[in-house]
Design a binder for this molecule. Structure first.
Ligand code: DQA
Length: 145
């Protein structure tokens, strides 16, 4: 089954960006490890810093071609009505992930516009947040499939 990991703005800088919060590993490096760990999931990875490009990708993968979306929308999580509308509009289940524990950070990060339309949310486990989301798709039968 096909699962896509989507990363939003500034997550292309993982490994160099605010290392104390996000660690020193690039996502590309971690993604290689995930592909080995989940051979049955046919994983792909897409990153964009642009809201509309992320929405176009949600539309592209949101109607049957993929069984699940693991989505770290970065700061758009807290601000983007358009991304939350897109998640609401598509059929493919989305799991929201965050590397940092957003609830332990500044108040603006406590609110997620997308969480109400996601299968669930995982926050605070470093890069392992992505692995936990993939375990959900590997082990559980998502409600909407
Ligand atoms: C983040 C948390 C967001 O608040 C922040 O804007 C990010 C990364 C995380 O993975 O912890 O860009 O989504």
């Amino acid at each position: 089954m096909k699962i896509i990991i989507l990363n939003g703005p500034n997550l292309n800088l993982l490994g160099t960006r605010e290392k104390a919060i996000y660690g020193s590993r690039s996502f590309e490096d971690y993604f290689d490890e995930l592909k080995e760990a989940f051979p049955a999931l046919e994983l792909s990875y897409f990153q964009s810093n642009t809201e509309g490009v992320l929405i176009d990708k949600l539309h592209e993968v949101g109607f049957g071609s993929h069984k699940g979306i693991v989505f770290n929308a970065g700061a758009y999580t807290h601000t983007s009505l358009a991304i939350s509308d897109a998640i609401k509009a598509i059929e493919t289940p989305v799991v929201e992930v965050h590397i940092s524990n957003v609830f332990a950070r500044d108040a603006i990060r406590h609110k997620s516009m997308m969480a109400p339309f996601c299968q669930g949310s995982i926050s605070g486990f470093g890069l392992e947040s992505y692995r936990l989301a993939l375990q959900y798709f590997e082990r559980m039968k998502p409600k909407q499939i």
